[in-house]
Write a protein that binds this ligand. Structure first.
Ligand code: FE2
Length: 226
């Protein structure tokens, strides 16, 4: 399987179309989305309509959950005031069909037996992977060798090596716009964080898509421009 990966679209329809074209060019034969379809951008319904029409398996992100339950779930977490404002603005604009769709998105699913998709981590939709302690917990929680995640908007390969040591790889450090890594998931475990699709956020990082080749056991990350 050549599994195409994207995440954190945040209602940026134009960026989503570019990323889907890039995944087609990479010859992905199936797709997954790692959540946060909505909030921040201006075209939430068009993004959800497109993902629904293509029947792309998608996990529910914190912003998807927030857009459905804003005002009714006191457990919602917002990392900053703008995030809450944009959630409040998104909620009434969602069509009934899209609100229903977002409400039923799963917290995890397995596209193939060795791979699991989550938004942030296995314990909640909000987890930020900022320390070895949290990463070690996530590796311990993972029921499979390869976890696909998003949420942080930072593309990373988090490796737990055979001896238990943790290695974090920033694929963009080399300056390349497309990088491929071999995965040895008989001996190591991986958290593969895709990064983001949206171009509308504070950090303005280039859009990223991924291709997990489950036969060759490689992950390719590619930056996507205009
Ligand atoms: Fe998120």
């Amino acid at each position: 399987m050549r599994l195409g990966i994207f995440t954190d679209v945040h209602a940026d329809y134009e960026a989503l179309v570019r990323v889907l074209r890039a995944l087609e060019a990479l010859a992905a034969d199936s797709l997954v989305c790692l959540g946060d379809l909505v909030v921040h951008g201006q075209r939430p319904n068009e993004v959800v309509d497109l993902v629904r029409s293509l029947a792309i398996p998608t996990v529910g992100g914190n912003h998807d959950h927030g857009a459905v339950y804003y005002g009714s779930d006191p457990r919602l977490v917002f990392f900053n005031p703008k995030s809450e404002l944009h959630t409040a603005l998104t909620q009434p604009r969602l069509s009934d069909a899209n609100r229903t769709y977002l409400a039923q998105l799963p917290e995890r699913f397995h596209p193939v037996p060795d791979v699991c998709c989550v938004h942030a981590c296995y314990r909640d939709r909000y987890g930020l992977l900022y320390s070895d302690t949290i990463l070690a917990q996530l590796h311990a929680d993972a029921p499979v060798p390869v976890t696909l995640s998003g949420h942080t908007h930072r593309t990373r390969i988090h490796v737990r090596q055979e001896d238990g040591s943790l290695v974090d790889i920033d694929p963009w450090e080399s300056g390349a716009e497309r990088v491929t890594y071999e995965l040895d998931w008989e001996r190591e475990r991986y958290i593969l964080n895709c990064g983001n699709t949206s171009q509308l956020l504070y950090d303005r990082l280039p859009a990223v898509c991924g291709l997990l080749d489950t036969k060759a056991r490689t992950i390719t990350w590619q930056r996507v421009y205009e």
